[in-house]
Design a protein around this ligand. Structure first.
Ligand code: NG1
Ligand code: MG
Length: 516
């Protein structure tokens, strides 16, 4: 399926776009004194369940939301092409850089934190894609120069993937600008290329955010699978008898800046689960085979599950995503984690991890701790692996609740799905240690005022929370959060800030182009 190309004036384009397209065009004209050629757009996302398992290749359940990033673009015709970037948000100052004349990639310095770096990530992966599909045209010649004006309303550092929204919009814009009349890109290709884009700024992420941002569909959640191949299946929530399903997204307003925190948070977790997979492999005498890009090129917990079944069972095929088989195999993995790592809950030092991997301390440091630097005392292999396998199980259970199960009453549905979300939160908090006191407080208040399932969403350590709420209870949950959380924790909060802090969004359309 292709990334949709919409006409700005059409009646059937999403309402958020109808209002926001004219705004970004106006900003472009005020900045550059000319009209843009087109607008590229990509939304943020909220993840309903399946946290920190995308980088172990386990499926997740996000949906795109109707906050997004719009990039208005004019393609320039000059001899010395350059890119000028402006942002409607004046915290992000204008940037300009030249494009290499020989067609080589623009350099990205991951040691500096600047918004233009995210643009360059999108530019880079789009450039690679262009070289892949039209080598004759893009091997030795520069990319087209651009003027770009960005306007986004995904809160940054809040777990709603402002970064993925930006990078996906940029990659789409660059492809469109450079291919002109012959422009075409599928959702699958746009997802595939953007999944690795943030690696260039030092975040060793999985692919959930980009898949959700690119593939989102109005009124649908997405079941995103990474293996055997990347696939996003859209589906609707079950029809309820008396109510509707709403998701309330509440921002803790605790900002988690990945650039600063990755060495002790996100990237460290990637190291821990990768080490856990390899320690398990070593204990059970199997070799991990990983197909495709992997976060540390080392094999992950899904690879361990496959290797284990290949060696010890008469059903040796890698797991193909079938739900019943998945539940059976993941349950077995939870037992193995208990058996192999359960006696070292205090964690592994560098020396102990190296010993468990049968390698030297130096080898371990080189293979695991240097590409993306991390800081820690011990690696909590047991807790992290247990979280990943149980969370992957909960996603499969949630999928069954959403698609297969018949419920006698609305309440039965809310209890079943919400219960899984609550278990996910407990696991994120206790085993993965990615919650924070503000998240815990918000969840407690929401659960006490009408939510059936409350949890952090995205990487955590602050950022946003998501709550499963019957539509008839949305107002009571909002009111409780305002009075018991926001006004208590942030006494000077304004109405406008409150308005931005709580979002009730319907599932939105993913990436698209708007022809003007
Ligand atoms: P956030 O922090 O919300 O962008 C991150 C990762 C995801 C996924 C989630 C946790 C990036 C770009 N994204 O999301 O791939 O691992 O955390 O489930 O780092
Ligand atoms: Mg992000």
């Amino acid at each position: 399926m292709s990334v949709p190309e919409l006409k700005a004036g059409d009646k059937n384009i999403p309402t958020s776009l109808q209002t926001r397209c004219p705004e970004v065009i106006k900003g472009f004209e005020a900045t550059y004194g000319a009209k843009p050629d087109f607008v590229a757009r990509s939304p943020g996302r909220v993840n309903l369940i399946g946290e920190h398992i995308d980088y172990a290749d386990f499926s997740v359940l996000p949906l795109a939301i109707d906050v997004d990033m719009l990039c208005a673009v004019k393609v320039l015709d000059e001899k010395n092409p350059s890119i000028t970037l402006s942002n409607d948000d004046k915290r992000f100052a204008q940037r300009k850089f030249d494009l290499p004349l020989d067609g080589s990639f623009v350099t990205i310095d991951p040691s500096v934190s600047d918004w233009s770096n995210y643009f360059k990530c999108g530019l880079h992966v789009a450039h690679e894609f262009l070289k892949e599909i039209a080598p004759a045209k893009f091997s030795n010649a520069p990319l087209a120069g651009l003027q770009v004006y960005c306007k986004g309303n995904v809160p940054t550092g809040s777990g709603l993937s402002s970064s993925a929204a930006f990078i996906c919009a940029v990659a789409l814009a660059v492809i469109k600008a450079n291919m002109g009349e012959s422009y075409h890109v599928s959702k699958k290709d746009l997802t595939r290329i953007t999944v690795v884009a943030e690696h260039y700024v030092g975040v060793n992420n999985g692919g959930m955010d980009q898949a959700a941002s690119v593939c989102g569909e109005e009124d649908h959640a997405l079941y995103v699978e990474f293996k055997p191949e990347l696939k996003a299946t859209a589906f609707k929530f079950p029809e309820l008898k008396n109510d509707d399903v709403s998701f309330v997204i509440a921002n803790t307003l605790v900002v988690s800046n990945k650039f600063e925190t990755a060495p002790t948070n996100y990237n460290l977790r990637v190291v821990e689960v990768t080490a856990a997979a390899n320690v398990l492999a070593n204990k059970f005498g199997v070799v991990l085979k990983h197909v495709g890009a992997s976060n540390l090129n080392k094999g992950n917990l899904r690879d361990f599950m496959n290797a284990y079944y290949a060696r010890y069972h008469n059903t040796p095929e890698p797991w193909d995503g079938d739900v019943t088989t998945g539940i059976e195999r993941l349950t077995k993995m939870v037992e193995l984690v208990e058996e192999a790592l359960g006696n070292k809950k205090e964690g592994f030092t560098v020396e102990e991890t190296a010993a468990a991997l049968n390698c030297s301390k130096e080898e371990f440091t080189k293979d695991y701790l240097t590409t993306y630097p991390v800081r820690f005392q011990v690696l909590k292999l047991y807790q992290r692996a247990r979280h990943v396998y149980t969370e992957a199980l909960r996603v499969l259970e949630a999928l069954k609740v959403m698609t297969g199960t018949k419920f006698d009453s609305d309440e039965d549905f809310f209890k079943a799905f919400g219960g899984l979300m609550n278990q996910s939160q407990a696991s994120c908090d206790k085993l993965y240690e990615c919650s924070c006191p503000e998240t815990d407080k918000i969840c407690e208040i929401a659960l006490g005022s009408g939510s059936y399932g409350s949890r952090l969403t995205g990487a955590g350590w602050g950022g946003c929370t998501v709550h499963l709420v019957p539509s008839s209870s949305v107002e009571s949950v909002k009111k409780a959060l305002i009075n018991d959380f926001y006004k208590v924790k942030y006494p000077n909060i304004t109405d406008a800030e409150l308005n931005d802090a709580i979002i009730v969004s319907k599932p939105a359309l993913g990436s698209c182009l708007c022809e003007l």
